[in-house]
Design a protein around this ligand. Structure first.
Ligand code: ZN
Length: 330
């Protein structure tokens, strides 16, 4: 199990990324490690659970809202750290913050409230969790606590991370548990990245966004935990083939910086292109990869810190929650 160091600042990471260049071939992995295994919703007997009688809340729409969402929270979601989660606390906090910021027009209170002080009743998972998860994750439900777990040790090519939710009969969320599969990280270290070509520089080189794969997975599963389904439009956190689309904010400034650098190199030989900051050889990048180059790790963390939700992610939130930004005084 790896521990993530203090999350560095954007400026520090930008400086690191600019200082370095990419050269060494990276280690490809065969399969996207952060892909979602979906979500499962189990009905709950409201009376048995002691929740108050429901009011209006439900997603009964037959249009896209019923595809983008399934249920929602009326009270804040209190999320506890289960086995392995403390090692990923900075990533969890960043992901929680992103959703809470997006939900601010729904509630001035943070919708997801991370409880790092109290150990949940069901704290550990069995070593066979990923090889035979079904009975265990079902057994974990019904204790009234929403918990995020990080567990490895399974067949990483067989089981994806997933969320397991419990709702009352009126589709209000009462419990959301998240299970993150860390088998790839345990094997290769905390340096997995999702990559996307931001723009080509020439036939052999391009600028890529690299994003911490585990962070995107946490963000995605948290989306399920607050009631979102998959969004079939790429560029969203809740997309089937999710790509964070984080490059949009960086595309113009990076292109300008590279243009200036290239024009400043009047005597440049063709090999200098690969020495420019943020420029990688296409051959060195795979869609899901283990990053070994230090400058690429800085690049990955920089893009990760500036991840944003997609447009359809926000539309899906509006399907579930009654936002009140309009004329709302702070
Ligand atoms: Zn999913």
């Amino acid at each position: 199990m790896c521990t993530i160091a203090q999350w560095p600042s954007v400026l520090t990471l930008a400086a690191l990324a600019l200082a370095g260049s990419t050269a060494a071939a990276q280690v490809p992995i065969l399969r996207e490690p952060g892909k979602c295994g979906g979500w499962r919703v189990a009905p709950l007997d409201a009376a048995a659970f002691g929740v108050p009688e429901p009011r209006k809340f439900s997603v009964q729409d037959s249009g896209f809202c019923s595809q983008y969402s399934h249920s929602g929270w009326e009270k804040p979601l209190r999320l506890y750290l289960g086995e392995g989660a403390f090692d990923y606390r900075p990533l969890i906090e960043s992901a929680v913050s992103l959703w809470n910021t997006a939900l601010r027009g729904f509630s001035r209170t943070d919708v997801i409230q991370l409880d790092t002080l109290i150990q949940p009743r069901t704290y550990t998972l069995s070593e066979q969790f990923w090889s035979n998860p079904e009975p265990e994750y079902k057994a974990n439900l019904g204790d009234g606590q929403s918990v995020i777990y990080f567990k490895g040790g399974g067949d990483s090519n067989a089981v994806y991370s997933f969320a397991y939710l419990r709702t009352d009969r009126d589709q209000r969320m009462v419990e959301s548990d998240i299970y993150i599969n860390t088998t790839h990280e345990d094997l290769y270290g905390n340096n997995l990245a999702l990559t996307e070509l931001l723009f080509p520089v020439d036939a052999e080189h391009g600028v890529y966004t690299l994003v911490n794969s585990t962070f995107v997975t946490i963000l995605h599963e948290l989306g399920h935990a607050i009631g979102l389904a998959h969004v079939p439009v790429s560029g969203n956190i809740m997309s089937y083939h999710y790509m964070p689309g984080v490059g949009e904010a960086w595309e113009v400034p990076l292109a300008l910086a590279l243009s200036a650098a290239i024009h400043g190199q009047t005597d440049a030989d063709p090999n200098t292109v690969s020495q420019l900051p943020f420029v990688s050889r296409h051959a060195d990048i795979t869609p899901y990869m283990v990053v070994t180059e230090e400058s690429l790790l800085s690049q990955r963390d920089l893009f990760t810190l500036t991840t944003r939700l997609g447009e359809q992610d926000r539309i899906a939130l509006m399907c579930v929650y009654d936002f009140d930004d309009w004329n709302d005084s702070p």
